[in-house]
Design a protein around this ligand. Structure first.
Ligand code: NDP
Length: 277
């Protein structure tokens, strides 16, 4: 473990910090401040997307931190309307330009959008970007087992990561098992359930007993499950609090009690039908 926390091995031989900083719903003009604060705190991974419209703010935050570009693991994502052979490369170039970089550490297909039936050919383009060295690692987001099986069968390339909604109320056991069998890292989005899981009594009780915050308990649960985790906050004290999770460990009974909270309940859209362009 480095000062920036543990790093996990990806199936392509590279590594990803297990704890990163998510910037969804951070306004473009607030993004550089939040990212710079996260990097000062010790985070070394930032999760953005073309759809968040704040990639340029991410670049500015990195520049302001004084860190070298190669010291920060940057993930961005291809938006739904840019899927397909013709659009993907151009969308990738636009993301690079906004990020002020000639590569990304991890490039993801944001949603499968099965109704457009373009995700398999889009995945082929990501494989090319990986071969060219412009996307150091490639993966997907919000893919279900049938979508994963299809791209693996058709391309022979297993995504390094599947970034999915995952928190104590939606623990995704089946998908996590599939990931483990195929060496796909599970990355948890909305890891705090957008704050909603923090009021669960089980979590509050563990937090009180350990003199930690509910958010720290939930993030620690993710770490111990082996998930990559990318909490978002614009509040400096919470950005710091969410980073202080490497100096304690939940007991088996605490993990089991939190495991009971799984209700299979999403806060976000269903990937089988979500098709916003
Ligand atoms: P999170 O589960 O990270 O929750 C964020 C919310 O929790 C914010 O309202 C924040 O408030 C609050 N919060 C953060 N830390 C604490 C704390 N310590 N105590 C109390 N409240 C806290 O939800 P997100 O949906 O933002 O998910 C995280 C990241 O996942 C995104 O930023 C994005 O990078 C990624 N994501 C990916 C998706 C995908 O489709 N691939 C979809 C959605 C998210 P405040 O900011 O006011 O402090």
């Amino acid at each position: 473990m480095s000062d920036a926390g543990p790093r996990l091995k990806l199936n392509d031989g590279r590594e990803i910090p297990q704890l990163g900083f998510g910037v969804f719903q951070i306004r473009p003009e607030e993004t550089a401040d939040a990212v710079a604060h996260a990097l000062d705190t010790g985070y070394r991974a930032i999760d953005t997307a073309a759809a968040y419209r704040n990639e340029a703010g991410v670049a500015e935050g990195i520049a302001r931190s004084g860190l070298a570009r190669e010291d920060v693991f940057v993930t961005t994502k291809l938006w739904n309307s840019d899927q397909g052979r013709d659009h993907t490369r151009r969308a990738f170039e636009r993301s690079l330009s906004r990020l002020g970089s000639d590569y990304v550490d991890l490039y993801l297909i944001h949603w499968p959008v099965p109704s457009r039936d373009l995700y398999a050919e889009t995945w082929e383009v990501l494989c090319e970007l990986h071969e060219d060295g412009q996307a150091h690692s490639i993966g997907v987001s919000n893919f279900q087992i049938d979508h994963l099986e299809r791209i693996i069968d058709e391309s022979g390339v297993v995504p390094a990561v599947n970034q999915i909604e995952l928190h104590p109320r939606l623990a995704q056991p089946e998908l996590r098992r599939f990931h483990d069998e195929h060496e796909i890292l599970t990355e948890a989005w909305s890891p705090l359930g957008q704050g909603a899981t923090l009021q669960e009594k089980v979590i509050e009780d563990i937090a009180t007993a350990r003199e930690r915050s509910p958010a720290q308990i939930v993030l620690r649960w993710h770490l111990q499950l082996g998930n990559v985790v990318i909490p978002k906050s614009v509040t400096p004290s919470r950005i710091e609090e969410n980073f202080r999770i490497f100096d304690f460990e939940l007991e088996e009974e605490e993990m089991a009690a939190m495991g009971e909270l799984d209700e299979g309940r999403r806060t976000g859209p269903d990937p089988a039908t979500f098709a916003v362009a």
